[in-house]
Ligand binder design. Structure first.
Ligand code: FAD
Length: 370
């Protein structure tokens, strides 16, 4: 029994879903179809101020298109909405925010926001979900089942390199990058081998004075302009293996290669997208490469990926020594009343969609078995 078990809950819900991004909305949609009522026995919570999941925070220049493709949520086509028909001249954050808002309204999902979940713990035969609102109010919800769909945006990963603490310029991670004009006339070092780093370099080209690109591994360009499906299957399988073994999750792009769109091809040809092997350290004014070259930098942009944001699950003690949580088919092996949607092999919009259906069915099995 934990401390949480001592206090009565303020509310009871059969299922609490944490997060209303692609994964949480997909689960919510299917649970509603299977008979749960949003707002009473199904409660969706999101700490962000608006609709769109993590997309609402993405940088201005990001557009939906070849490199960034968001799959339609289940039930979206029945509303006459398709991301493929969306206006590609508008920022992705606005388009996705708007589509999700219409989706939530249409299916009456009653997402409560901004409500942050600060902890999930065991309390008798229930899970206790503690929430906090920006006005400082806290509440406890006793739930039979919790579906965690909190994504990764809250936990950007920045690797440690010697000198990170002595560098006098600006350091930003992917979640802090707004637009290229913030770096106008500066020397900018971009770190990371994924589509975020590539997007930043292309946007900074012609705005920053100079850019240099560093990656841990040589880039693997995929010849197709769309994701190579076979490589994608292998990368998702690798995510699944890591999730089942309770390991930290590898990056998807490291397994698939980056598709060369026309824009990327032009960047490679112009020499903007030419990576150097990772530098060995930073100093006060820049970075130093393995062969001793000093590269001056006013700013370092760390586009080095994310980790699953599971901090609020800490009281459940699910972390393994290998750094992950053991998850099989979207369900925690060590806490069977907890599901993780959008985790590991489900961490794409199409994966999140599939997760929604599979997890919702399993949740109903738990509820009816009680
Ligand atoms: P999110 O969209 O992150 O939603 C999680 C939600 O949980 C958020 O709204 C957050 O506010 C909420 N939350 C988190 N913690 C708490 C808490 N403690 N309490 C309450 N609420 C909480 N995938 C694709 O398929 N196509 C793409 O083009 C693509 N582009 C990407 C570009 C970038 C830069 C990144 C970082 C990822 C991209 N992805 C893409 C992966 C993408 O993030 C996922 O596909 C999808 O958006 C993730 O959905 P999600 O619901 O799991 O997470």
């Amino acid at each position: 029994m934990t401390d949480d078990a001592q206090d009565p809950a303020d509310q009871y819900a059969r299922v609490v879903v944490i997060g209303a991004g692609q994964a949480g909305l997909s689960v919510g949609y299917h649970l509603r179809r299977l008979g749960l009522t949003p707002g009473s026995d199904l409660v969706l919570l999101d700490r962000a101020p608006s609709t769109g999941g993590a997309w609402q925070f993405r940088w201005e220049a990001l557009r939906l298109g070849a490199a960034h493709r968001v799959h339609d949520l289940p039930g979206m086509n029945a509303m006459g909405l398709r991301f493929d028909d969306a206006d590609r001249s508008r920022p992705a954050r606005d388009v996705v925010g708007e589509y999700y808002r219409r989706f939530e309204q249409h299916y009456d999902l009653r997402v409560r926001r901004p409500v942050a979940v600060s902890s999930v713990s065991r309390a008798h035969d229930r899970l206790c979900v503690v929430t906090s609102s920006p006005d400082g109010r806290t509440a406890r919800i006793a739930a039979e089942v919790v579906v965690n769909a909190s994504g990764t945006w809250g936990t950007p990963f920045v690797p440690w390199y010697p000198g990170r603490d002595v560098f006098r310029g600006r350091q930003v991670d992917t979640t802090e990058y707004r637009n290229a004009t913030e770096f106008a006339g500066q020397d900018v070092v971009v770190v990371g081998g994924g589509t975020s780093a590539i997007g930043f370099l292309l946007e900074l080209d012609g705005v920053a004075a100079r850019t240099r690109w560093f990656t841990r591994r040589p880039m693997v360009w995929s010849d197709t302009a769309a994701l190579d499906l076979e490589a994608a299957v292998a990368a998702v399988d690798e995510q699944d293996r890591a999730a089942r073994a309770g390991e930290t999750l590898p990056s998807i792009v490291s397994g698939t290669g980056v598709p060369v769109t026309r824009r990327i091809r032009a960047g490679i040809d112009r020499g903007v997208l030419r990576e150097s092997p990772m530098f060995t350290r930073l100093d006060e004014t820049g970075v130093v490469t393995a062969d001793g070259e000093h590269v001056h930098a006013d700013a370092v942009v760390w586009a080095t990926g994310f980790r699953a944001d599971l901090r609020h699950l800490a009281p459940l003690h699910l972390r393994t020594a290998a750094g992950g949580v053991v998850v099989e088919d979207g369900r925690s092996v060590d806490e069977p009343r907890l599901f993780l949607a959008g985790y590991g092999p489900q961490a794409s919009t199409i994966g999140a969609n599939r997760a929604g259906r599979r997890i919702a069915r399993q949740v109903m099995d738990v509820l009816t078995a009680e």
